[in-house]
Design a protein. Structure first.
Length: 187
C-alpha cells in the first residue's frame, strides 16, 4: 500500500518558527520573549518536578523553567538536529549542552525541595526531543503545550552524578541543606 505525504499547510512555517524560538529562548530569553511565543495558559507537561513557579500555565511558568535551568547550567544551548511538523504538533530533536555551575534541585509534587545535585563544573551534551503543540491565533503562532523526552541518565553520567562518589554525595547533602534553608536559591 502506497502512502501519500500530507502537503504542508501555510501555517507550517509559523508553527516551526514558534517552536524553534521557544527552545532558543530557554537559554537567554527575557520574560517579554516568552510572552511573544508562549500562549496564555500554555501547559508544560514536564514541570512536575520543577520549582512551583514553573508549574503555572503560560509564559510565566515557561520563563520560570528557563530561570531554573540557567541557575544551574551556564552556557546553556540547544543544537537543533531535526524538526518535524504534523498538523499543529512540532517535534524538535535537539542536543542540549551546558556546564553545571549551580545547585540543580528537583521538587516534590507539593513543591518542596526533593533532591539537589551540587555543581560539578563539568560540561554535558545530551539528546532531547521536545514536542510542542503550536496554535495560530490572529496570525501569531504560540506554543500551547510542551512534552519532552530527555536523556537524564546520560546527563547525570556526564556531570558525575552517576555513579556518585562518597565525596559528591556529601556535597549534594550539603547543597540540599542549603536549599531547604533558602529554597529561592534553587528555584
Amino acid at each position: 500500500m502506497a502512502t501519500t505525504p500530507v502537503p504542508p499547510t501555510t501555517a507550517d512555517p509559523l508553527l516551526r518558527a514558534a517552536a524553534l524560538r521557544s527552545i532558543a529562548i530557554m537559554a537567554d530569553g527575557d520574560r517579554a520573549a516568552f510572552d511573544r511565543v508562549i500562549a496564555d495558559g500554555a501547559v508544560n507537561h514536564e514541570a512536575a518536578s520543577e520549582p512551583p513557579a514553573a508549574r503555572v500555565g503560560g509564559p510565566a511558568g515557561f520563563h520560570a523553567t528557563a530561570l531554573w535551568l540557567r541557575g544551574a547550567f551556564a552556557d546553556l544551548g540547544h543544537r537543533i538536529d531535526h524538526v518535524v511538523t504534523d498538523g499543529d504538533l512540532v517535534v524538535v530533536d535537539t542536543t542540549m549542552s551546558g556546564r553545571h555551575v549551580g545547585p540543580f534541585a528537583v521538587f516534590t509534587p507539593d513543591g518542596d525541595v526533593d533532591q539537589v545535585w551540587a555543581p560539578t563544573g563539568r560540561t554535558f551534551a545530551v539528546k532531547q526531543t521536545h514536542w510542542l503543540r503550536v496554535r495560530v491565533t490572529d496570525g501569531q503562532a504560540r506554543v500551547t503545550e510542551h512534552w519532552a523526552v530527555r536523556d537524564d541518565l546520560g546527563q547525570g553520567r556526564q556531570l558525575g552524578w552517576v555513579p556518585p562518589t562518597p565525596l559528591y554525595l556529601l556535597r549534594c547533602a550539603r547543597a540540599k541543606r542549603r536549599a531547604l534553608r533558602t529554597p529561592a536559591a534553587v528555584s
